[in-house]
Design a protein around this ligand. Structure first.
Ligand code: 13P
Length: 278
């Protein structure tokens, strides 16, 4: 069922679990993620970052995500991940996304608050929710490759309270892509942010590579949504190798490869969903 994003997140906060938000690049990934969510009987968020439109054009992928959300046996929300331009945020809303993330994290705090608040006003009028971001999540999902840099508590609280956003992505030492070493998350900062912002769902980006223990600790401290992209992109790419290994002189078959990708993404998504249930 296509379901409002705030409802999915508030239910997660109440149950003290997190919802997996999985980035999708193609149909096989989508089928694997939906099958995992249905088999685990858990809500899920499907998303695509603006940066990925070169590989997965929005006009093609949006109707597919929407059709999958409408048909799913579990609650599904659709999010534009790391929307950086108003142009693409509006396109996503026109194409049925019911959440948009506005990534104003590169802006000075006052400008981030102002821009986010103005997008919240426009989005809420259209029944669309908004996720905001504060601090620098490392890596390159939002734009240029950046070093992780924790937000200040003061900025987290200001953006959370003044923007009107429905969820807030906080930089606590997390990074997109493959971590260079063991992720060092600032749980103290997360605890203080959660205490100060009370019922505002907090979001953890850069999920790939974080340990089950750290995920569970973060969920206990107010994280209600966890973004996973690289793990499923890796599962998709590695399916090509597994498929090639099984060829053994047999004729090439796209259909065998298609099934291998779905199976890999399904397993990876199930593993994460199990951890996020706490
Ligand atoms: P990973 O690619 O590290 O899983 O991060 C996903 C993410 O945060 C998307 O916004």
């Amino acid at each position: 069922m296509f379901c409002p994003f705030p409802r999915i997140l508030q239910d997660a906060l109440i149950d003290k679990r997190a919802v997996g938000a999985f980035n999708v690049g193609n149909m096989e990934m989508l089928i694997g993620i939906i099958k995992a969510a249905e088999d685990k009987n858990t809500p899920v968020i499907l998303q695509i970052a603006e940066k990925r439109f070169t590989h997965s054009p929005l006009e093609f992928i949006a109707p597919m995500l929407h059709a999958a959300a409408m048909r799913a046996k579990v609650d599904v929300a659709l999010e534009l991940d790391h929307g950086c331009s108003l142009f693409n945020i509006r396109r996503a809303m026109d194409l049925n996304f019911n959440t948009v993330m506005y990534d104003g994290s590169e802006l000075p705090i006052e400008q981030n608050i102002e821009q986010t608040a103005s997008i919240v006003k426009e989005a809420h009028k259209r029944g669309v929710a908004v996720e905001a971001e504060i601090g620098v999540v490392g890596g390159a999902e939002g734009g240029a490759d950046r070093m992780a840099n924790c937000a200040s508590l003061e900025d987290i609280v200001s953006l959370g309270k003044k923007s009107g956003a429905d969820a807030l992505a906080v930089a606590i030492g997390n990074a997109h892509g493959h971590y260079k070493g063991k992720p060092q998350l600032n749980f103290d900062l997360l605890r203080q942010a959660h205490e100060a912002l009370d019922h505002l769902p907090l979001v953890l980006h850069g999920g790939t590579g974080i340990s089950p223990e750290d995920f569970k600790k973060a969920i206990g401290l107010g994280i209600a949504k966890i973004n996973i992209a690289t793990a499923n992109f890796d599962a998709t790419a590695s399916a090509a190798f597994t498929y090639a290994d099984t060829l053994n002189g047999k004729e090439l078959s796209y259909f065998d490869l298609n099934e291998k990708i779905i199976e890999n993404v399904y397993k990876c998504t199930c593993d994460h969903i199990e951890i996020f249930k706490v």
